[in-house]
Design a protein. Structure first.
Lengths: 107, 113
């Protein structure tokens, strides 16, 4: 079993839909990260969380430390949101990655 | 956020040649940088931890003689793929930063013919 599990692996949505990507982890962490990787390959950090909830524009990330679970929500999804979303956990410099969720938003 | 650059972004080489990939932290100093490899539709796999002024720490299964890492300054780490073979073709990504805060380079796509 991977230390970081994401679901779903693939997700197709219509423009405007509300999207949720889930992440569960099984190790002790200092922080949880949501990363975005576009087809060109570059990775952008969206959020770093150690508790509670963060919001940036149409993106919301939550974490439940007790349940070792995090969710990434995208409201009013847009085709430009199409990317791979990666959940990662860190403890100091040690970082572990989920397999990613490939999101496709259709116009 | 902080910026990490990689060069080249793409490289095609012949089997048997060596390829050097540079990773630079542009606006911060990085005593520790990380090199990852990503296979198609897979997540990042940590290859090695690059330590400024000392030897790199390689993950299990990664050949240190094949993937040479040099971290000669606080802003530059290099990964050299020696005697490259087609199976080394992959997407290589570096990162640097602080504990719990990593900034990723844009990646280098290596194709070995």
């Amino acid at each position: 079993k991977n230390e970081v599990e994401q679901s779903p692996q693939n997700l197709t949505a219509q423009e405007g839909e509300f999207i949720t990507i889930n992440c569960s982890y099984s190790v002790g962490i200092s922080a949880l990260h949501w990363l975005q990787q576009h087809p060109g390959g570059g990775i952008v950090s969206l959020f770093m969380l150690s508790s509670g909830k963060k919001k940036h524009g149409r993106l919301i990330a939550t974490i439940n430390i007790q349940e070792k679970h995090s969710s990434l929500h995208i409201t009013a999804s847009h085709p430009r949101d199409s990317a791979v979303y990666i959940c990662a956990v860190s403890f100091g410099y040690d970082m572990r990655f989920g397999a990613g969720t490939r999101l496709t938003v259709k116009p | 956020g902080a910026v990490v650059s990689q060069h080249p972004s793409r490289v095609i080489c012949k089997s048997g040649t060596s390829v050097k990939i540079e990773c630079r932290s542009l606006d911060f100093q990085a005593t520790t940088m990380f090199w990852y490899r990503q296979f198609p539709k897979k997540s990042l796999m940590l290859m090695a931890t690059s330590n400024e002024g000392s030897k790199a720490t390689y993950e299990q299964g990664v050949e240190k003689d094949k993937f040479l890492i040099n971290h000669a300054s606080l802003t530059l780490s290099t990964l050299t793929v020696t005697s490259a073979h087609p199976e080394d073709s992959s997407f290589y990504i570096c990162s640097g930063g602080e504990p719990n805060t990593q900034y990723f380079g844009p990646g280098t796509r290596l194709t070995v013919l």
